[in-house]
Design a protein around this ligand. Structure first.
Ligand SMILES: Nc1ncnc2c1ncn2[C@@H]1O[C@H](COP(=O)(O)OP(=O)(O)OP(=O)(O)O)[C@@H](O)[C@H]1O
Ligand SMILES: [Mg+2]
Length: 466
């Protein structure tokens, strides 16, 4: 018995054959889907290693035939089309492993050995489900690692913790996990724990009974119950107040919630995806984030790279946003190679979100259809300036509203909290974390400041060191 290798690039085929032979496998090579199916109909193989784009078709689309001919044979997919789409399509075939090109040849050989070992131990086949329309752009090695992690959580309910700087795409990843996963038929409910006033978080998450507190005029079903059968996305988890953390932990441990003011435990079936741009470990050390909750959430961490760590994705992202802008009715534009290069060299401290906003502005302002470096560079000079010449508050508020979409009826409270946070942090930094002096500086009653800091889960101790 041997491994069947389907690869139309003969030099890659040679390298793989050599590596597999060194592992002790025989290798049969063919370069087309027709060849593959002929060989599979006539022989049995220990494993299939296949490329995706072949001269006579797509190695993934036609995998159904392979499954009919050899249901239990492990499949390992190689692809130069390093998109999330390929990664997901590959994993939907029930493929043992997916290797984006270029890959480590020794790792491939090791994986084939493992796959053959596992198939001998079991001897089963698997299900499949087609997927389309994927939102994540970028083929860099850093994003490949992200796609691989995503594909690993689609068919289970493991809790996922998405980490990364602001604007790196954490929410998009959470949505992708839901939409591509086996819970896609259920609801996707997102809660931004930083945007809810601290005393309302529990009622938001767990709901409340009529009369549970002043203002609770009717029963309210919380986000946990709303997400039943689907996915609950807990965003900005690092900003959650302590008391809510404790109740969240209890809900996660028991798989049930109790509405505020209620008696019965309501069982809920939700998949949890949490996200934060904060570094949780120092918060655990400082006692502002529960360590046991961290371990509950951090079952599968997915860390998103900063945009500057994957600058080769920037031109593709920029073109993607130009297309989106055009689809939303802005003038259509094309980005030249040199403009893409210029964008790639920027730091983009606000990550993909900053790039998106920049491109939308460019799409709106540019008269020419072709956007080249000469068009981009004066605009870049304008965004680099704000540090010395800050934009007005009205611009900041407009930006913030556009980015955060606070829930109707909560705009004022949410905006005020968003405004107070940086203001208090600055005042506390200024005074080395001294609340009394910060209150004097702000011209605010000391107890008022203390209460607001508590509500906003700001720990002055954290700021004394900075
Ligand atoms: N890989 C990507 N491909 C296409 N669009 C992306 C990608 N990553 C992020 N975006 C877009 O960038 C913007 C910011 O992404 P998102 O809101 O998911 O960031 P975030 O990590 O949740 O940020 P924050 O920590 O500030 O909440 C969104 O408009 C999103 O659609
Ligand atoms: Mg977010």
């Amino acid at each position: 018995m041997s491994v069947l290798l389907v690869e139309d690039d003969s030099s890659i085929a040679l390298v793989i054959t050599a590596a597999l032979e060194a592992e002790g496998f025989g290798v049969t090579h063919c370069d087309s889907i027709a060849g593959r199916d002929r060989l599979l109909a006539a022989n049995r193989y220990q494993a299939l290693v296949t490329d995706v784009m072949l001269t006579d078709g797509d190695g993934i689309e036609t995998i159904g035939t392979v499954r009919e001919l050899a249901p239990a044979m492990p499949i390992i997919i190689l692809s130069a089309q390093n998109t999330l789409d390929t990664a997901v399509r590959a994993s939907d075939t029930g493929a043992f492993e997916y290797f984006p090109k270029p890959f480590d040849i020794d790792e491939l050989a090791r994986t084939v050995r493992q796959a053959v070992g596992a198939a001998q131990a079991r001897g089963d086949g698997e299900e499949e489900a087609p997927v389309a329309g994927l939102p994540l752009v970028g083929r860099s090695a850093a994003m490949q690692a992200v796609y691989r992690m995503i594909t690993r959580v689609l068919r289970n309910d493991l809790t996922v913790l998405v980490l990364g700087e602001s604007g790196t795409g954490k929410e998009l990843v959470a949505e992708a996990i839901h939409q591509l996963g086996h819970r896609k038929g259920g609801p996707f409910v997102a809660v931004n724990t930083a945007a809810i006033p601290a005393d309302l978080i529990e009622s938001e998450l767990f709901g409340h009974e009529k009369g549970a507190f002043t203002g609770a005029v009717a029963r309210h079903i919380g986000k946990f119950e709303q997400a039943n059968g689907g996915t609950l996305f807990l965003d900005e988890i690092g900003d959650m107040p302590m008391q809510a953390q404790t109740r969240l932990l209890r809900a996660l441990q028991s798989g049930s919630v109790r509405r505020v003011g209620g008696r019965e435990e309501v069982r809920v079936d939700v998949r949890i995806v949490a996200a934060t741009n904060r570094d949780l470990e120092p918060m655990i050390a400082a006692g502002t984030f529960r360590e046991d909750l961290f371990y509950r959430l951090n079952v599968v961490p997915i860390r998103l790279p900063a945009l500057r760590e994957r600058s080769d994705d920037i031109p593709a992202l920029a073109r993607h946003f130009l297309q989106l802008a055009a689809a939303e009715g802005l003038p259509r534009h094309q980005l030249t190679e040199d403009a893409g290069q210029l964008l790639s060299r920027q730091p983009w401290r606000g990550n993909v979100r900053e790039l998106r906003n920049f491109i939308y502005r460019l799409a709106l302002l540019s008269r020419e259809e072709i956007i080249d470096a000469a068009v981009v560079s004066p605009q870049l000079a304008r965004v680099e300036r704000p540090e010395s010449e800050p934009a007005g508050l009205d611009a900041a508020v407009a930006h913030w509203l556009a980015d955060n979409h606070p829930a109707p009826g909560q705009v004022y409270d949410t905006a005020l909290a968003a405004f107070e946070r940086p203001l208090f942090v600055l005042a506390l930094r200024e005074t080395g974390g001294n609340q009394l002096r910060a209150a004097q500086l702000l011209g605010l009653n000391r107890n008022t400041l203390r209460k607001r800091l508590h509500d906003l889960a700001i720990d002055p101790g954290d700021l004394s060191k900075a």
